[in-house]
Every structure is written in C-alpha cells, then in structure tokens.
Design a protein around this ligand. Structure first.
Ligand code: SAM
Length: 333
C-alpha cells in the first residue's frame, strides 16, 4: 500500500503534533497569547495517535516526527514514543523541540526508544534569544542540547530560522559553533505561516543561497546530503574535515512541493497534506465513533488524493502569503 497523490508524490513522512501549546512566544510563530488553546478532550489521546500511526504505517508511512506546539509540554511523551517505536513499519522516529525541557526529558525519551532529535535555536546570543522568543530560556536550550547528547540521542541537530535584520549576522558564528560542537545546523527559510495580517514579507526572508555563500567564504563547504537528510534539506560539510556541518531548507526561494512526501496530523486529530492548508480531514470524530481501520485508511487515501500542488509554490509564484486556516503552532511545524 502507498499513499500516492494526483501528482505522483508518495506520502511517507508523518509529522504528528502532540499539543498546540508552547512555552515560547517566538515573534514569527506565536507572537501573542492565543485566544485559546485546545482543550484536553479535543486533543488526541496517545492511544488514538498510536492507532492512527499504525493505520498510516499500513498505508506506507515509514517515518514519524513528533512536534507541536512544544511536544515536551505534553505530559508522558515517553509513553507515546514507546508506542510509536513499537509500530510495525515505522523505521524512523524523530522529535522537533525548542529544547527548553530536554534537560529533564532527554534521558526518559532515549530510554523509551527515541534515537535522534532536532532542537530549534535561532540565535547563539542570550539577549537576542529573549528578543525573538520573548522568554529567557537560552541557557535552558543549550543545557537541553547537552543533555540530549549525554543521553545518547544521535544525531542532535539544530534548526534555525534566519530573519533579515534580526539574526542574519550569525551564520558564520553558527558555523563556528557547529565545528566546535559537531552539531549540524540547518537554516530554514522564513515561511508565511502566521494567520491573519502578519509579520511576514519577502524582504524578511534570508535566502539559503546567501547563507551558504556567507559561511562558505569563511569555511569552505562541500555538499554532503546523506540518506538520513530529509529531501528538502541541502546539507554541506566543512571542506577541511571539521565536525558538524551546515544545511539550508529553501522552503521559500526554492520550494520543494514537487517532491513533498509529508502529511501531518494536528493535535486535535485533523490530517493535513500541506502546511499551507486549507484542506483538512477530521480523523478524530470517526475514530471516536468507532470507525474501522479500513474506513479510516480510506479517508486518509481520499485526503492524499486531494493533496494540492503546493502552498509554497503558490507563495513563490505570487510572492505573497496565502490566507491560512491555522497558524504553525496549530498545524505542527
Ligand atoms: N516547538 C517545537 C520547536 O521549536 O521545534 C516544534 C514546533 S515549531 C512550530 C517547529 C519549527 O518551525 C521550529 O524550528 C520553528 O522555528 C519553525 N517555524 C515556526 N514558524 C516558522 C516560519 N514561519 N517559517 C519557518 N519556520 C518556522
């Protein structure tokens, strides 16, 4: 079984949001206090998530990433890790986190079977971290990264969103940090994902090519995309053999919709096939009304058949944000 769409793309990667809540207020993601978070009963239970993962695995999904909101705010997350790791067909499980709670949770997550993690960190400067995230958690993130490595998670990678005029003077610093620590750093172009009249404009996007050029002038780079790198990431290692490396995900300047293999499950149980929406398919209601695995699988297949050509392509072509049904923290980044 495979989840093939009208454009021939096959969905193999599932991103599961386990909560819409976050303890940071990054200005480009959740700048203000949301009017409301999902209520407990709206969230899928771990048993419901595990069942959906099993059904999706039977349809060809082989890789799962736990995300949010901030996934480590969901109590008992190691229990979910244990359930997903035990799912036949799921060969790869990862976690995307802001890292603030990794100090306490890295070891239990590793013990539950998690092998690798990606930590979001947009700046190496504490005062700048406070300005971007509106919280004083920079030291906690660095401690979380250290704890993740100490617990045996490998690789631990860092993702950073470059913002024009905010942190666009840190690419070489990040590269130097990567060489010191051995932690690969990937820069993800700033996407228009905030609903409503937003912050985003094309002028604030720092193109991946510019980042590669800036780093390459100081530390020559050679392409190094490996099998475990997600297709959209262009990975580079340092030509002199230093550890670490740099990657860019050119989600705005070179959208990868044509090769998109992703689908997403929101924390309230909707399946989405494009980060930019608007199509969502409710799986929670049928699940709670007693639908069979096959009925749910059929819903998923229909949703994948409706998968659009690509929201990022549309942004690229029109050079404008598109109206969103949900913001990033509600979809699951
Ligand atoms: N809280 C977790 C974390 O920080 O990794 C998981 C969810 S967060 C929404 C996932 C990633 O999306 C983070 O790396 C964040 O920086 C990124 N992100 C949020 N809004 C974005 C945007 N508009 N463009 C690009 N990346 C964005």
């Amino acid at each position: 079984m495979e989840l093939r769409d009208r454009f021939g793309r096959v969905a193999t990667d599932l991103r599961v949001s386990v909560t819409d809540r976050c303890n940071l207020r990054c200005r480009y993601c959740i700048p203000h206090e949301p009017a409301a978070w999902f209520e407990r009963r709206e969230l899928l239970t771990f048993e419901e998530i595990a069942r959906l993962v099993r059904i999706l695995a039977s349809q060809g999904v082989s890789s799962v990433t736990l995300t949010g909101g901030e996934p480590l705010l969901r109590r008992g997350l190691p229990d979910l890790v244990r359930m997903v790791v035990a799912t036949p067909g799921i060969g790869d499980l990862s976690l995307t986190t802001n890292g603030t709670r990794l100090r306490e949770l890295a070891a239990p997550l590793r013990a539950a079977g998690l092998r690798r993690a990606t930590v979001s960190l947009d700046t190496l400067r504490p005062e700048r971290f406070r300005a971007i995230s509106q919280r004083d958690e920079h030291a906690a993130v660095l401690a979380g990264i250290a704890a993740a490595r100490a617990a045996g998670l490998a690789p631990v990678k860092v993702n950073a969103v470059p913002l024009r005029g905010v942190n666009d003077d840190e690419f070489v610093d990040f590269a130097a940090w990567s060489r010191d620590t051995g932690i690969p750093v990937r820069f993800i172009e700033y996407m228009p994902l905030e609903a409503g009249p937003g912050e985003w404009s094309l002028e604030k996007v720092v193109p991946g090519r510019e980042i590669l050029a800036a780093v390459g002038r100081r530390f020559p780079l050679v392409p190094a995309s490996g099998p475990e790198d997600p297709a959209p990431a262009r990975a580079y290692r340092f030509a002199d053999g230093a550890p670490g490396g740099i990657g860019v995900i050119m989600s705005v300047t070179e959208p990868f919709c044509r090769t998109c293999t992703r689908i997403r499950l929101t924390s309230d149980g909707k399946l989405t096939t494009c980060l930019y929406g608007p199509d969502e398919t409710d799986l929670r209601e049928p699940l709670r009304l007693g639908a069979s695995d096959e009925e749910i699988a059929a819903r998923v297949r229909e949703a994948v058949l409706r998968k659009r050509r690509g929201g990022a392509l549309e942004v690229f072509e029109t050079r404008r944000p598109i109206p969103l049904v949900r913001t990033m923290h509600q979809i699951g980044g």
